[in-house]
Design a protein around this ligand. Sequence first.
Ligand SMILES: [Zn+2]
Length: 137
Amino acid sequence: MYCITDDGDIQKIYDGKELAEAVLNTIEWYKKDNEKLTHQNKMMHDHAKEVVKHEYEKEIKYLNERLALSYGEFASKKEKDAYDDFERRHMHDRIESKYNGGRAPYLIPTGTGIGTILHVKCPICGAEENITDTEMW
Ligand SMILES: [Zn+2]
C-alpha cells in the first residue's frame, strides 16, 4: 500500500506481516555476515599463528647455530664445562707441558640422525666420558 506524505512524497506502507518479514530477513542477513566474518577472522588468526611459529623456529635455529659457533666444537656451555671439568680431573703430570703441546683430552664426535654424541678421552689414562648435551638436540 502506498500513501502521499505531507511533503507530497509517495511512501510505501508495510503491513504487519511484510514488516515482520523484512525484520527477519535483515536479522538473517546480519547473522550470515557475522558467521562469514567469524570464519575469516579464524582463518587470519590461524595464519598469523603459523607465521609467528615459523619465525620463532627460524630464530631459535639461528640462535642455536650462533651458540654452537660460540662454543667451538661444543654444542653448548654445558658441554664445554663438562670438558673443562674432565680436563681438570685428568691433569696427571702434564700441567707444565699443557701449553706447549701437552696431551690434552681429545674429543670423539659421533654423528647420529638426531645429533652429535660427544665423548672426551684422556690420552694418558684412557678414561672416556660422554659429555653430550642432549638438550641441544
Ligand atoms: Zn686421565
